[in-house]
Design a protein. Structure first.
Length: 416
């Protein structure tokens, strides 16, 4: 894989330019729990492609409009490879997975043809049809957890008792990973997504996850079992280390982002009682409501990194080869040119199709159909079982996960 990295390096190595007066860091401070930082909207309105200063001092770019974000994410001149990436916000230690070639199987950090080769072995497992086949399994998981909540009695933390175990159970079943290992992989996943850990801590967490799945795959070398990892072993196209990497990626992203989306969606609906009343009155709104919640909340709140492989004229600006670009999905999903009717308002009757919560282009989230299906199953079931569900603490006491690369809540105390 190193040969591909060598052959597709940026045409010219752009030296870091002096910081222009307009180059500001990526904004991180929110004034409201469901809204991205106000500076992102201001950038989108006045300068949708603007200079941005990265934590290491590099001056790159921030893209905030919906149309430009969609265009850039589908443009093959912009690379997703990790050796060219820079983290958009600071961590205590240097980002351990940027500036180096992708880990085996880590397809989000690859370009074609390596990305294509790996993704093709997975895509058939995540189609809308396959997710419909999984729906009875998800309904069973959801119903069991709701029954456990009912027996536990309120108040309780919805993240601990529902929002986290739903996707954790489902992704374990899909991959063929023992759910008994959830405490370990949840702990290591949290470290990986945290902005407060050192590079050494993040690397150690990744090593533990790889070691865990490497051992599991070795135990199932014959491919016994119905999970995706077993199917990949039987297929024989990917090697053991690539299968391990795919497993780590899907295991971590597959439960962390869905858990955040589910918990934050419940918090948003409880905070917008009129919207929740609409959903309760018309359960047929759930598909539309899920798309709107995904758009409105956009849990990947620090955007998607890309790097031009050559000098590119884009959005009226000249981007030099090697300059880092961050595409703000949260800003794009509030763009009034795309979502014309008050995009900063939650409206579950809105036609939110075309949002970029899952990215766009060849790297669009592989598990998007799984996330949708889990939200469509979990949200109506939760409010049917507990129609008077309410926050158990004042909203200002909800701990928001601004310190994570995936936005959500650290806990959501509820009662009924």
């Amino acid at each position: 894989m190193r040969s591909e990295a060598d052959s597709a390096a940026p045409a010219t190595a752009a030296p870091d330019s002096p910081v222009p007066d307009t180059a500001a860091p990526h904004p991180t401070v929110r004034s409201a729990p469901f809204d991205p930082p106000a500076e992102l909207g201001e950038s989108r309105e006045h300068e949708p492609v603007r200079r941005m200063r990265y934590p290491d001092g590099h001056v790159g770019w921030l893209v905030t409009s919906h149309s430009l974000a969609r265009s850039l994410l589908s443009d093959p001149r912009f690379s997703a490879r990790s050796e060219f990436k820079r983290p958009p916000v600071a961590r205590p230690g240097a980002e351990p997975f940027y500036g180096a070639p992708a880990l085996a199987g880590w397809l989000v950090d690859m370009d074609a043809p390596e990305h294509t080769r790996v993704r093709q072995r997975l895509a058939g497992r995540f189609t809308a049809h396959r997710m419909r086949e999984m729906r009875p399994t998800v309904d069973r998981v959801v119903d069991g957890l709701l029954a456990d909540m009912d027996r536990a009695r309120p108040p309780l933390d919805l993240v601990e008792h529902f929002a986290l175990p739903v996707p954790s159970t489902v992704i374990c079943e899909l991959l063929g990973v023992p759910y008994t290992a959830r405490t370990e992989f949840q702990r290591n996943s949290e470290i990986l997504f945290s902005l407060d850990v050192t590079a050494a801590e993040a690397s150690a967490a990744m090593d533990r996850l790889y070691a865990f799945l490497r051992e599991l795959i070795a135990e199932r070398d014959g491919g016994e079992g119905d999970g995706l990892l077993h199917a990949l072993v039987r297929d024989g196209t990917l090697n053991a280390e690539e299968i391990t990497g795919v497993g780590v990626l899907l295991l971590t992203a597959g439960h962390e982002s869905t858990s955040s989306s589910l918990a934050l969606s419940v918090y948003a609906l409880l905070s917008h009682p009129g919207q929740l009343a609409l959903l309760k009155a018309d359960p047929g709104l759930i598909d539309n409501a899920v798309e709107e919640l995904l758009r409105y909340l956009t849990v990947f709140h620090f955007g998607v990194p890309r790097t031009p492989l050559e000098d590119v004229e884009f959005g009226g600006r000249l981007m030099r080869a090697g300059e880092s670009v961050t595409v703000s999905l949260s800003a794009a999903n509030r763009d009034p040119e795309r979502f014309t009717d008050a995009p900063d308002r939650l409206d579950i009757t809105r036609k939110a199709a075309g949002h970029l919560a899952f990215g766009y282009g060849i790297h669009q989230c592989l598990g998007q159909n799984l996330v949708r299906m889990e939200l469509r199953a979990a949200l109506p079931a939760l409010f049917r079982r507990f129609p008077d569900l309410a926050l158990a603490v004042p909203p200002e006491e909800i701990a928001l996960s601004c310190d994570m690369s995936v936005y959500g809540v650290h806990g959501l105390p509820v009662t009924w």
